[in-house]
Design a binder for this molecule. Structure first.
Ligand SMILES: O=C(O)C(=O)C[C@]1(C(=O)O)C=C[C@@H](O)C=C1
Length: 401
């Protein structure tokens, strides 16, 4: 039986900083240097004085948050008598607010941290009307739930659902205002089942969320020597392949529908463990055996926010298209040229059999810009002549911090 790993491994044991975090020290240093040049050195204050200062600032912050909430309430009223919370939600405005937060940030807190705080404030402001209902791949404790909180804050009503298909169905039926579904992982690539849902669904992509994924080995006893079988989602097994080969080569690997489901099963036996996020360990009362254990330090999953309508441009948007073309020479080159010609950059392209007839392929393409902007509108008009069929899956703000 393998023994508890102690040596740090490349990537897994010592996760590298995210891009935003890595960029932060330089920015913070710049801010501090400027502050140091402008202000004379302040003598260190004693603890009671420091706490009195903090109390004063807290009081001020609280007053300002209350004032902000009142204005947000008035904005809600200015939108007229609307049917539901979903009608008050404005992702493009939220993206602009958060970009300003990042632009203003001179440290010492990281962009990611400040964005999280402001997200929560906006989430609470919006929930004054009524909390949004957000469907995600459950049960509680999945990475999808974390992505929901990262994008919508905690003042929402989360609906844990049994499958990605069910997330689409509940949003289509109006039982959920929005859904959050995983679409690609930096280690494992595209989640084909999510992309395929767009072939037939009428839903629109209204946002994207990028989440750094940390995997942990969790068990009831917390002892690696007890573990004879490991439960997890196939994607998570693939993300921790090298680690498992090194530290648990003999354990049986059992694939289940979600990491949270794996944690739920692992809590029933001492010889079982789950690979899941740390939050699943908290939800299901498991101990951390080892982690993070993902093989790549930059392991990130991108999620899409799906809803029933398109929103207006935020100033830095992405458009996702589904382009059906005939299998003929030069067809792909032709359909991409209207974008290239107008300087619209393509971030991603993925081909799938289109299911609409023999020899037809569907291309999922992400392009910088919004369908309500002139350059994109013109490119799409030109594309209409060249492609067999074009479906606009959505235009939405580029993910923030
Ligand atoms: O600006 C708006 O439209 C608002 O409703 C206010 C606010 C905010 O708190 O800033 C709240 C919810 C919306 O999703 C966007 C922004």
């Amino acid at each position: 039986m393998a023994t508890k790993p102690t040596k740090p491994r490349s990537g897994a044991a010592k996760p590298a900083k995210s891009k935003a975090a890595a960029a932060q020290p330089a920015k913070a240093a710049k801010g501090k240097a400027a502050a140091a040049a402008a202000a004379p050195e302040t003598p260190a204050l004693d603890l009671p004085t420091l706490r009195t200062r903090i109390d004063g600032i807290d009081q001020h912050i609280q007053q300002l948050i209350a004032e902000r909430a009142q204005y947000a309430n008035q904005v809600g009223k200015a939108k007229g008598k609307l049917a539901a919370a979903v009608d008050y939600y404005r992702p493009e405005r939220e993206a602009q607010v958060l970009r300003r937060v990042v632009d203003r940030n001179d440290g010492p807190l990281q962009d990611e941290v400040l964005v999280r705080l402001f997200r929560e404030i906006m989430s609470a402001c919006l929930a004054q009307q009524e909390p949004l209902k957000i469907g995600f791949l459950g049960p509680e404790g999945t990475h999808s739930q974390q992505a929901v909180f990262k994008h919508f804050g905690h003042s929402i009503h989360g609906l844990p659902l049994g499958s990605i298909e069910e997330v689409f169905q509940e949003v289509e039926a109006g039982n959920a205002d929005f859904g959050v579904v995983p679409v690609e992982n930096s280690t494992q690539g595209t989640i084909q089942s999510t992309l395929d849902m767009f072939l037939t669904s009428k839903l629109k992509i209204c946002g994207e969320v990028e989440l750094r994924i940390h995997q942990h080995l969790l068990s009831r006893s917390g002892r690696i020597e007890d573990i004879e079988r490991v439960y997890s989602h196939p994607q998570s097994f693939a993300q921790c392949k090298a680690w498992l080969r090194e530290y648990l080569p003999k354990a049986e690997k059992i694939a289940v529908a979600s990491n949270a489901e794996a944690a739920r099963r692992a809590r029933n036996a001492d010889d079982a463990a789950a690979i899941a996020g740390a939050s699943a360990g908290n939800v299901y009362g498991l101990k951390n055996v080892a982690g993070p254990i993902e093989d790549r330090p930059d392991n990130t999953t991108r999620f899409l926010v799906i809803g029933r309508e398109l929103f207006t441009p935020s100033g830095n948007d992405r458009t996702s298209l589904l382009i059906f073309i005939k299998d003929q020479p030069g067809a792909l080159y032709n359909v991409l040229s209207p974008f290239a010609k107008r300087g619209l950059s393509m971030n991603r392209i993925e081909s799938r059999p289109g299911h609409t007839g023999r020899w037809q392929y569907a291309f999922f393409v992400d392009i910088g810009g919004h369908v309500l902007e002139d350059a994109m509108r013109e490119a799409l008009a030109e594309l209409d002549e060249l492609a067999h069929e074009v479906k606009v899956l959505g235009s939405y703000p580029v993910a923030i911090a």
